[in-house]
Design a protein around this ligand. Structure first.
Ligand code: PLP
Length: 340
């Protein structure tokens, strides 16, 4: 039985055309600033995000953490959404590396200007940890690939600025928000001091993320990347995959979104509770007998992660076709027949 892998959009194989782009890439030592392909990728990303400069980093986690390093001092508070990746899935890095604590606001990955205002103590005297940064995640992973509504995002950013906060965007899947809404990346990125975007999620590159910001800020992010051991040598090999992904794999995210919708509708037809309705490439659903369901998935080579007790997350991506979705639904129907 052929495996169908819906664990994450990070499990993709580089396409033959991407491998060809990798093979042909001119490279140099990027720690000396001599890799033309890395330079091209950084210029391209900065232009797409409407920022002065960009820095190539190995991972989204490093992009987020190097950004936070430049925006905070030990003892500061970072405000972020409930279950934000920076808090939940980056190994405790804000506390472990920078001595910064993360306080969550809002619900289900979203918050509004009121939540921001309520979270910042009125008196910032010596008793109180300074609240320094407001961090967004768009789309939001744990909330099921949810898009942050643009108006609410702008309002919350404006309030944060009034309160003297810096702004960071974890845009690991910003491309999905771009395709789902038609709002260009630069418009999403506009209010932020630092934006981290990934090439290795829906875009299908093997490695890499970019932090985009002002030229001066990127100099500081570069120092933070060094501190984290993130300097890479002939990294044009990887940057070529990233450039190829930006050229060829953004618009096609619409296919992943359509497949997620098809999968969600199929699950609902089978009597499975899907929540929220998918906005991008993730489908969250709840199953009563999760242990038996999980066993059924394994027996049928259907790979879907359980992300909380009884709650499963399926993610569509470059290597999943609509026929795979139909086959996955057929296998799930079989599991349900067995369980009933
Ligand atoms: C929203 C979000 N931010 C950051 C990351 C971190 O990316 P990486 O795994 O490249 O460190 C991920 C990874 O899935 C993510 O989903």
């Amino acid at each position: 039985m052929q495996s169908i892998d819906l664990r994450s959009d990070t499990v993709t194989q580089p396409t033959p055309a991407m491998r060809e782009a990798i093979a042909k890439a001119p490279v140099g030592d990027d720690v000396y600033g001599e890799d033309p392909t890395v330079d091209a990728l950084q210029r391209r990303a900065a232009a797409l995000l409407g920022k002065e400069a960009a820095l190539f980093v190995p991972s989204g986690s490093m992009g987020n953490q190097a950004s936070l390093r430049t925006l905070t001092r030990p003892g500061d508070v970072v405000l972020a959404s409930e279950n934000a990746h920076i808090l939940r899935y980056e190994g405790g890095a804000p506390a472990a590396l920078w001595g910064v604590h993360v306080k969550t606001i809002g619900r289900d990955g979203l918050f509004d200007a009121r939540d921001v205002r309520d979270a910042v103590p009125a008196a910032q005297d010596s008793h109180v940890a300074p609240t320094r940064v407001l961090a967004f995640e768009n789309t939001h992973n744990f909330a099921g690939g949810r898009v942050f509504p643009l108006d609410a995002l702008r309002d919350a950013c404006a309030t944060a600025r009034e309160l003297g906060l810096s702004l960071h965007l974890d845009g690991a899947r910003l491309w999905n928000a771009v395709v789902a809404t038609g709002v260009p990346a630069a418009q999403w990125a506009e209010p932020f001091d630092t934006v981290s975007v990934c090439l290795s999620k829906g875009l299908g590159a093997p490695v890499g993320s970019l932090v985009c910001a002002s030229r001066e800020r990127i100099r500081e992010v570069h120092r933070a990347r060094k501190l984290l051991g993130g300097g890479m040598r002939q990294a044009g090999i990887l940057a070529a995959a990233g450039l190829h992904a930006l050229d060829h794999h953004i618009e096609r995210l619409a296919v992943d979104h359509a497949n997620a919708k098809r999968f969600a509708e199929g699950l609902v037809a089978l009597g499975i509770a899907v929540h929220p309705a998918p906005e991008t490439n993730m489908v969250m659903f709840d199953v009563d007998d999760a242990a038996a369901f999980g066993r059924g998935l394994r027996e049928r080579a259907l790979r879907i992660n359980m992300i909380a007790p009884g709650r499963f997350r399926a993610v569509t991506h470059l290597d999943v076709s609509s026929a795979d979705i139909d086959e996955a639904l057929a296998r799930i129907a079989e599991i349900l027949r067995e369980l009933r």
